[in-house]
Design a protein. Structure first.
Length: 394
């Protein structure tokens, strides 16, 4: 299947427009990284505390941020989490300790910030631990237990927590828990005396230490560097070293623009984004090799023509294949970006940007580098690139 037939676009004639486009986005990304927003490392890399909060209604991110500010939690990162219908929010705090105390501290800060109009003397059942509930039942003793009260009220407290978290999704809508499996009616009836219900529940708290984050940053950088070096060596032996250099420069260009876009939009770079960037390196390299392979074939068939004409012809010959493969892949990752939810948003955004820029750079960056290198060699009286020594003067 062909998308185009007999295309004859002068891509190299537009190289200065391509260069201007690349310079604008590359410089904007570099300025953002160096002076404006920096590299927006996610909690995986910089360390921090993640608090997962579920609401009984659609969360108002502005109201949540205002509540965080009033509680003294400055500049927390707040974003919807998972499917919108679940009403879950992920709050990234700046707490970077790696202790059990830090887990409790993060949870307590969120609860204190979000709780409003709490009745005096009552506790929030949506955020109460099983130990808190057990202690209340022990003091209240609604079942009038004598011996073995501790074990029985521990089981009653766990039944309440299980019903809240596993059956009701983490947030109770009513204090009427008579339908809770394993809960004694007298224990359920005593709850309104000591508890009330907020409209949210803290589902989970996670901590990534700064030392672990630093190690991940180093490993991510090394993984990217090794992939670029491997590509350079492969293309150097597969074609010529200039082909490998052109491909590495092209991929560096793609990665720089993609990371710059994340910096400009202040979108966190997580482990999944690094995976997307490595995928992008392979994808962009694949597109570039297809063009290079056609250039090498045409050099043998069109020995007397200028390399610029050969390169233009090669790009036009592979244009249909490029648009078909890149277009289908782009539609797939675009659907992932639009419908994949917040968990996959960074990963899919990196692929959306990367596929567009990677396809563009295979045509607009890699090919002109080959021509510019040959022009430089001709000026120095050396054999043109890609042509055997015995054929250079024919």
């Amino acid at each position: 299947m062909e998308f185009f037939r007999n295309v004859n676009i002068d891509f190299l004639g537009k190289k200065w427009y391509f260069l201007a486009f690349s310079l604008i986005f590359s410089v904007a990304g570099v300025l953002s990284i160096l002076f404006w927003h920096g590299i927006p490392w996610g909690v995986d890399f910089r360390g921090g505390t993640l608090v997962y909060v579920k609401f009984s209604h659609t969360p108002d991110l502005g109201a949540i941020r205002a509540a965080m500010d009033r509680a003294g939690l400055k500049d927390p990162k707040i974003q919807p989490y998972d499917q919108p219908a679940l009403n879950e929010v992920l709050i990234d705090l700046g707490i970077r300790e790696t202790s059990e105390k830090a887990l409790d501290e993060g949870k307590t800060k969120i609860i204190n910030a979000l709780e409003t109009n709490a009745p005096a003397g009552k506790q929030d059942l949506n955020n109460a631990s099983s130990l808190t509930i057990k202690n209340y039942l022990m003091d209240k003793d609604p079942m009038h237990l004598g011996t073995d009260a501790d074990a029985k009220y521990t089981a009653q407290a766990q039944a309440i927590v299980n019903y809240r978290d596993k059956v009701m999704g983490g947030v109770l809508a009513s204090l009427d828990l008579k339908n809770a499996p394993g809960l004694d009616p007298s224990a359920a009836a005593s709850l309104p005396d000591g508890f009330y219900l907020s409209d949210f529940g803290v589902r989970n708290v996670e901590i990534v230490g700064p030392q672990v984050g630093g190690q991940l940053r180093t490993q991510a950088g090394l993984a990217t560097l090794y992939s670029l070096l491997g590509m350079l060596v492969y293309l150097g032996f597969r074609f010529e070293w200039i082909y490998g250099i052109a491909a590495v420069v092209t991929v560096f260009h793609d990665t720089l623009i993609t990371v710059g876009a994340f910096s400009l939009t202040k979108t966190d770079i997580s482990l999944t984004v690094i995976a997307a960037l490595l995928t992008l390196i392979g994808y962009s390299n694949n597109d570039t090799i297809v063009v290079f392979d056609r250039i090498r074939e045409n050099i043998k068939l069109m020995r007397r023509e200028k390399l610029s004409e050969i390169v233009n012809r090669s790009i036009n010959q592979t244009l249909s294949r490029t648009i078909l493969t890149a277009g289908l892949t782009f539609l797939t990752v675009l659907a992932l970006f639009l419908f994949g939810g917040e968990v996959l948003r960074g990963f899919s955004l990196a692929l959306v940007i990367g596929i567009l820029i990677g396809t563009y750079s295979s045509i607009a960056i890699a090919a002109p580098i080959l021509v510019a290198y040959q022009d430089w060699r001709l000026e120095r009286g050396k054999r043109p690139v890609g042509i055997p020594a015995g054929k250079a003067s024919k």
